[in-house]
Structures are given as structure tokens and as C-alpha cells.
Design a binder for this molecule. Sequence first.
Ligand code: ADP
Ligand code: MG
Ligand code: MG
Length: 251
Amino acid sequence: MLEIIDLHAKIADTETEIIKGLNLKVAAGEVAAIMGPNGSGKSTLSYILSGREDYEVTSGDILYNGESILELDAAERAAKGIFLAFQYPVEIPGVATMQFLKVAMNEQRKARGEAELTTPDFIRRVKEAAGDLKIDMDMLKRPLNVGFSGGEKKRAEILQMALLEPKLCVLDETDSGLDIDALKIVADGVNALKSPDRATIVITHYQRLLDYIVPDSVHVLYKGKIIRSGDKSLALDLESNGYADIIGEAA
Ligand code: ADP
Ligand code: MG
Ligand code: MG
């Protein structure tokens, strides 16, 4: 589903290269974990996948279902089913969360050639998904993310993901700032979306999340490239031994 080939990328309008020859393949149905020390380029990779314009790909390619997406903007990528749950969700004052969800869902449906949701159908779907994520409907009347706690923001991201039914989900440190109960709820939400035609990339600094979202593959990102790939035992290794050995061997 996703193939990243020798990707190099820099911050737009600078010479600062952040992604330095990154290769990664993720198959449909797969849950891939990307781990790595702070400052490795994990968030940058997720922004580049989502099509954020602050970054410029200088060489290499990103194939999604076999086709390059480099020329597509963020909205076009979202329409194709690529979803990014942000490490730092953006606050949108003045837009009620419900309103935001309705517009996002209907845009997605339009892109798929489906009819707009009726209001009762929309509300039913939101209630169901919010209930699964233990999100209070009152919270959804407030402006998106404004004044939400860290945990509420992360749940709101997973709610959007559940409602938009993307094909490629990228979760950037969705575990940071969550207590263990919230972590389990979020992990359940992600696990419920697992399906043979969907791929998920879970970016995390800690192995803890991977106790609840069990990955099929684990990749270590360091200084802008993948320096080690393995199965879930790699995450356990990292937890007990840290990154130093793998970084040393890669150097
Ligand atoms: P991670 O998510 O793995 O912690 P990031 O992708 O946030 O890493 O950052 C990777 C590196 O790129 C860091 O050294 C960071 O300081 C740098 N970086 C990211 N965005 C910018 C920016 N807009 N301007 C300058 N440096 C940046
Ligand atoms: Mg970081
Ligand atoms: Mg980050």
C-alpha cells in the first residue's frame, strides 16, 4: 500500500535536510510501528506523508497503491484515504467539533462519490464512535481542540479517524500525554479499525503503546532514515536496551 523509496526531504526554503534516504514498505492490513529518539524525523515524516507544504521532497518517491503522491496536495491525499493524527492537534477556535466532523465526513464522501450524510445519520454515527472512545457528546459542541486536555485531543483525533474510515492511518505519538486508561481506550479505537484493506503506521517514542496495539513490523528511525527493521520483539529489545546499541551498529 505504501512504499517510500530513498526519500530525501528538507524544510522548505532552507537547506536543512531532515529525511535522509528513508526506505519503508507497509502492506495493506499491516500495523507498522516507527520508533526512534526525539529529533529523529518521525513527525517530519508524518507531515510529509500528509502533504504539508512546509517540507520539500528533494529526491526519492512515495508510492501509495503503486502511484506517486508527491504531486498531490494535503486535501487530495486525504481524499485518497490518507489520514494523519497529529502529535500536537491543532486548535480551531470558532468551529464546533461537530460541525468540523460533518464537513470533514461529507468532503470525504464527496471525494468517494457518495451522497451527503443526513443529519440523523451523521449524529448516529458520531454518537456510536464517540461512545466507543468514551467521549462525552458535550465535548463535541465545543470548538475543535480548544481547551481540550491532552487526552481529549488525542481521543478527538481517533474519533476523526474512526469516522473518516481512512485507508492509511498515521498516528504520531498518539500515546504521549495519555494516562493508562486513556491509552487503552485509544488503542482499542485503533485496533477496532484494523482491517485487511487498511494500513496503520504507529509512531511512538515508547514501547508501552505497543503492548496494546501489537505491530506486525517495527522500524527504528534515526537521523532521517530507517536504521533497523524487525518484528515486535525489536520494540521489546529497545525497551530493555535503549537505542544506543542499534545506533552504534548503524554508525
Ligand atoms: P521527532 O518527531 O522524531 O522528534 P521531528 O520530525 O519533530 O523529530 O524533528 C526532526 C528534526 O528536524 C529535529 O532536529 C528538529 O529540530 C528539526 N526540525 C523539524 N521541523 C523544523 C523546522 N520547521 N525548522 C527547523 N528545524 C526543524
Ligand atoms: Mg519529538
Ligand atoms: Mg515528533
